[in-house]
Design a protein around this ligand. Structure first.
Ligand code: BGC
Length: 535
């Protein structure tokens, strides 16, 4: 494959730097800690790291509130540490992308400080101001649990400023040419350091227009195309990954005509994987697949089960949301905004069969999958921690003090210390030694995926099965055909699949065993939650 299309066949790994590995015993994970763990990531088989924000920040939104685009927060290290991390990742043939927050800054950013202090400051126009809080009233509030309005009065400025997230995150004004240029410079700065691309945060909200919901507006796309032009014209093999929590038809626009983002998260698919698992019914996943539009030739979806935010339930109907909340967040403390603030393993009742199946579905569907740090070992969560912090606790490397994460006396957040999720029961070192562990299973899936490019680039054809409990599909390209069969239920299933193939035998990619095809029929007895990848 053309090297500039590298993102089509990757497994990504999302690193929350503060939680990953503390190299200097100050209780906070840091960039040098991530560098120390590159061999671990290589061994797991992933191909690309997504680093969450490490910019200087007052950390009111865990670094998504940037106070300086050109530096590193002291907790995480220095720009030199960043350069070392990039170089060491590249040495191991690992790509590395980082978050770029374009929609807003922290209110502590010098631009905002200058803007609020002086109406005539050149920075005033970098933000969105108003004398009333009645403008753009069709725009929804995203952080509904905490923010009463998208406008906040600023005493010093003598005006209201616009913000789609926390009030401490004023939105940037993309109607300002100076601001747009400035943001392209930010992009160049990190590309010059060698970063392979960006997960661009919160892109639907760049532009505001009266009478609209202020999302996905045409002028937003104009700027995003400028970002793409920079990476295409001035750099090689870099990628832009779009975070737009929108319905597929709206996300489609962010691929442009192969001239905007190369990748975008598939938000509507994610909750439907959980729905299908809970209901033992393939319908939600099939619905998502059938409603995922074709994307431009060089584009790729990015798929995921969990991330650092709440499991968002924005791209579902009201009825589906209520169902998901009842199923997966019975305790109100588990809910946040329009979502669920829990991790993968607790969501799936720590049932390794279900967790493996969810991963197997993710890894076999179209798109490049992302693993959220710690989910490869089934880490737990802590719903007593505020906001989304319950899914951002220290990585559990081993069963020692501080789970091998840090040698400090005081950590940025408590380790999960409740069984069955405490480090003595859930840690990397033990699972690496056990070939039946979740870690080993995930690694196995990644290896098979890495060996079969059809998972990244092949087409998907849904297969008819007589049972709602069995989700089956083919991944196919000119060289290869893989049949994927998933039993979504906790009961064994007998099924017959009609498969047209010249071959009489199909090989199980996990065990090497073969299955006989008789007159284009495949008879299968599936164990509860079993998945098969047959070539
Ligand atoms: C990030 C969140 C963040 C928000 C505001 C999101 O989409 O994933 O963690 O709070 O953007 O920056």
């Amino acid at each position: 494959m053309n090297s500039s299309l590298w993102y089509k066949n990757i497994v990504l790994y999302q690193v929350y730097v503060r939680a990953f590995c503390d190299s200097n015993a100050d209780g906070h994970g840091d960039l040098a800690g991530v560098t120390q763990k590159l061999d671990y990531l290589k061994e797991l088989g992933i191909n690309c790291i997504w680093l969450m924000p490490t910019y200087p920040s007052p950390l009111k939104d865990d670094g998504y509130d940037i106070a300086d685009f050109y530096s590193v927060h002291p907790d995480f290290g220095t720009l030199d540490d960043f350069k070392t991390l990039i170089a060491e990742a590249h040495k191991r043939d690992l790509k590395i992308i980082t978050d770029l927050v374009v929609n807003h800054t922290s209110d502590m950013h010098p631009w905002f400080q200058a803007a609020r202090a002086d109406r005539n400051s050149p920075y005033r126009d970098y933000y969105v101001w108003s004398d009333t809080d009645q403008k753009y009233s069709d725009a929804r509030i995203i952080f509904i649990d905490t923010e009463p309005s998208n406008w906040t009065w600023d005493e010093m400025a003598g005006q209201y400023y616009w913000h789609r997230f926390y009030a401490s995150q004023p939105d940037l004004n993309y109607d300002s040419p100076a601001l747009r240029n400035e943001m392209l410079q930010v992009q160049r700065f990190w590309l010059d350091l060698g970063i392979d691309g960006f997960r661009v945060d919160a892109v639907p909200y760049l532009i505001e227009r009266e009478g609209t919901n202020c999302e996905n507006l045409p002028e937003t796309h104009v700027f995003l195309k400028e970002m793409r032009r920079v990476i295409d014209e001035e750099y090689t093999d870099r990628v832009l990954l779009c975070e737009a929590n929108q319905w597929p038809k709206d996300v489609l626009a962010y691929f442009g005509n192969d001239d905007e983002f190369q990748m975008a998260f598939n938000f509507p698919l994610m909750p439907r994987i959980y729905m299908s698992l809970y209901d033992a019914d393939k319908t939600p996943i099939q619905w998502a697949l059938e409603n995922t539009p074709a994307i431009p030739k060089n584009a790729q979806w990015c798929t995921f089960l969990r991330n650092h935010d709440e499991l968002t339930l924005e791209m579902v109907t009201e009825e589906e949301r209520q169902h998901m909340w009842q199923a997966y967040a019975p305790d109100p403390k588990m809910r946040l905004n329009l979502g669920i603030r829990r991790r993968l393993a607790p969501l799936l009742e720590n049932d390794i069969r279900k967790i493996c199946l969810a991963n197997a579905i993710l890894f076999s569907l179209p798109g490049s999958p992302v693993i959220y740090y710690g989910d490869e070992i089934g880490m737990g969560d802590n719903i007593d921690l505020f906001d989304r912090n319950g899914v951002r606790t220290p990585m559990q490397w081993d069963a020692s003090q501080n789970s091998g994460f840090s040698k400090a006396d005081q950590l940025y957040a408590p380790i999960i210390n409740m069984d069955p999720y405490s480090p003595s029961m859930v840690n990397v070192a033990d699972q690496q030694k056990d070939e039946n562990s979740l870690w080993s299973s995930v690694r196995n899936m990644i290896q098979i995926r890495n060996q079969n490019v059809v998972f990244g680039t092949g087409e998907l054809i849904l297969l008819q099965t007589s049972k709602a409990e069995v989700l089956a599909y083919t991944r196919k390209d000119v060289n290869e055909t893989i049949f994927v069969i998933n039993n979504l239920s906790d009961l064994a299933q007998e099924i017959t699949l009609n498969i047209v193939s010249e071959k009489q035998k199909l090989k199980n990619l996990f065990t090497g065993n073969s299955f006989d095809l008789r007159e284009n029929q495949l008879l299968l007895s599936l164990a509860p939650y079993q998945y098969l990848w047959l070539s």
